[in-house]
Ligand binder design. Structure first.
Ligand code: PEP
Ligand code: MN
Length: 337
């Protein structure tokens, strides 16, 4: 349920409603829009049967939300959310480019990539230090050493750092070294990890699960938001279908769908979405044309030697071509890169 306050409601009226709900043990979430404040109410609504909220001063109307997710939905926050990370904003007019290797392998690999990406106009450097590999025998990441290399790249280039957490411990480590945390497809329904991310104050990229419906994905975001962290970026990264030519089927239609259902920014990862480097540029174009607020792309100085996800990684030449292409698409849409 959300309580829509009148545009001219005073701070005292808003605080009055908040206080009443808190005294009844409801979770209260405030969304301050440019025109009016909306109060999200989480808890057993039956308790409110005898409470005429609509008659309280400053209240315009009470809206019951049918979807299982409440705070991530547009009813709670009708305007699109923009998220500030360092000097950057995600969800605004500028399309953000996040790029880097699947995994941090060594200092030389990461710093060479970071310098190149900076030159090309990317603003975020990605790199896994904790890798949730499908096989236990594959490279599992450099862990804290990898995070230190990422922090070194940030210091040198000014790129903001995003890295994946796979457990509460890695989440804590990432908070020490990075600017943003990624929760990967395999952990999209790791509810304990989602709640931990919700209690941290780091912006979170929440990838869509391997076989998750849009509703399950938004519910996962709700787990994070209901703990108080509103800085969530949704990332479409392909879903499992009967098709085997591509690693996953990149669901471009989820981008405008989720933008309609939710106020959160949405980015796309065409590297995992396709598993094939040749498809990364066309699917980046498609994602941006469909309204994505950014892309997350794997780039490696020498994909043939990558310790993970080489077949879907762009080399420097193909990334240069991608940037040229997506700048053109962004221009058509009146957006910047
Ligand atoms: C990754 O970004 O390297 C990754 C493992 O992604 P996903 O969780 O989408 O598979
Ligand atoms: Mn990868």
């Amino acid at each position: 349920m959300v309580i829509v306050m009148k545009p001219q409601a005073t701070k005292e009226e808003i605080a009055g409603v908040e206080k009443l709900l808190q005294s009844l043990n409801f979770g209260v979430h405030i969304s301050e829009g440019s025109e009016r404040t909306i109060i999200g109410v989480i808890g057993d609504k039956r308790q409110l049967a005898e409470t005429p909220l609509e008659l309280m001063s400053g209240v315009d109307r009470v809206v019951h939300i049918l979807e299982p997710y409440k705070l991530v939905g547009r009813a709670f926050h009708p305007e699109s959310t923009t998220i500030k990370v360092g000097s950057q904003e995600i969800g605004g007019n500028r399309i953000v480019v996040m790029a880097g290797p699947c995994a941090v392998e060594n200092e030389h690999q990461l710093l060479t990539t970071a310098r190149f990406l900076k030159e090309q106009g990317a603003t975020f450097l990605r790199g896994g230090a904790y890798k949730p590999r499908s096989s236990p025998y594959s490279f599992q990441g450099l862990e804290e050493e990898g995070l230190k290399i990422l922090a070194q790249a940030r210091k040198e280039t000014g790129l903001l750092i995003v890295s994946e957490a796979v457990s509460p411990h890695s989440l804590e480590q990432i908070a020490k070294y990075a600017d943003m945390v990624q929760i990967g497809a395999r952990n999209m329904q790791n509810f304990n990890l989602l709640q931990e991310a919700g209690r941290s104050n780091m912006p979170v990229i929440l990838k869509r699960g391997l076989s998750a419906t849009i509703e399950e994905w938004l519910n996962a975001a709700e787990y994070i938001m209901s703990e108080g962290n509103y800085n969530i970026i949704l990332c479409e990264r392909g879903i499992r279908t009967f098709e085997t030519y591509t690693r996953n089927t990149m669901d471009v239609s989820s981008i405008p769908s989720v933008k309609e259902l939710s106020h959160l920014p949405v980015i796309a990862d065409p590297s995992h979405g396709t598993g094939r480097w040749k498809l990364v540029t066309p699917m980046s174009r498609a994602a941006i044309a469909a309204g994505a607020d950014g892309i997350l792309v794997e780039v490696h100085p020498n994909p043939k030697e990558a310790l993970s996800d080489g077949p879907q990684s762009l080399n420097f030449d193909s990334f240069t071509a991608l940037m040229k292409d997506i700048r053109r698409i962004a221009g058509i849409l009146g957006r910047e890169i």
